[in-house]
Design a protein around this ligand. Sequence first.
Ligand code: PLP
Length: 392
Amino acid sequence: MYDFKTHIDRTDTGSIKTDIAPESVKDSGLVPLSVADMELSVAPEIIEAVKLAADKGIFGYTYADREYSAAVRSWMKTRHNFDTEGFTLITTNGVVPALRFAVEAFLEKGEGVVIQPPVYMMFANAIETAERRIVENPLVFENGRYVMDYDDLDKKTSPDDVKLLLLCSPHNPVGRVWTKGELARLGEICAKNNVIVVADEIHNDLLLNGAEHTVFATIPGMDQISITCTATSKTFNLAGLSCSNIFIKNGSIAERFKKAADRAGAGLVPYFARAATIAAYTRCAGWVDELNTHIASNFELMYSFIERELPMLKVIRAEGTYLAWLDMRALHLEDKALEELVLAHGLALDEGYLFGSGGSGFERWNLALPTDILQKALTQLKLAVNKALYAE
Ligand SMILES: Cc1ncc(COP(=O)(O)O)c(C=O)c1O
């Protein structure tokens, strides 16, 4: 049994989540439930491997050597049924940089990239900072779950200057683990309209209650039109080690992507990331299983609390990720007023509007934390909601 209970004080560690949280949150005794890293210790096997690497005494330039590549490819095969033989493995210092390289590699300025909001805000950012055009194919909320709008997707991907789609699979923040059928339908439309799919599968291991992740590139034909982005960062809480693994089968797509990555000076594997990744992918499958059970139980706690105490709110049922998507539209608050309300109650959440169309009135909660902290945060939420409902 691994430890998912201990509180770790991250104050003054340079943590983006902790050290630059608003003062009302710092004073609340709660941890922020925003930025997607975990308030849970890294697996002991990884800590041991990183310590051993430190003991070597030289932290030099490192690359994706045979041992590293074998560990990454083996995890993809055993965990995801993704045989990466014949795929080029390109390492980048994060998935977000990889999204940027793809946007720059395949489009001229002004050309269109499809995203499916509400979606991880760095998708829009990667397109905008490269001066390419965002084309929205919004998700539709139907019978309690989010689904894709294929007719709209076909329409949006038809113009010749729309050349790329950033797919979030599993989806942050709505928690969908797309089925093989859904992905195949998306792929069929993209293939017909000559659109390359960048499948951001960074949340691929974070699966709840038996949900099954399908690697987009394993769908027949899709390996020729896709880029698969993976990393240990979310699964194993290693975001600060800045390392991701990108798989591409199609030779010309690989070449163009690699050129863009090389131009930006990417390609090395950070020294400690190498040690951590090998340990994670060869020794920590059991840790991930226990983590997923822990996260699923935090979700259950949140569902039952909201149903019982705050039935006017709705938590979207997640199939994957450790991110809960809470519908607070029943409070009828403007985005800024909602943000101020939760902050005043010590809750640093990710505001729904940051995720683009369809996000207004929602809050994203990070549930990768000890359960007692979540319990405390939910109690604070109840106070906040009561304040909004009953304050004169
Ligand atoms: C869908 C998605 N992609 C990418 C990232 C960040 O990737 P990286 O830290 O590897 O750049 C996140 C972080 O939350 C994410 O949710």
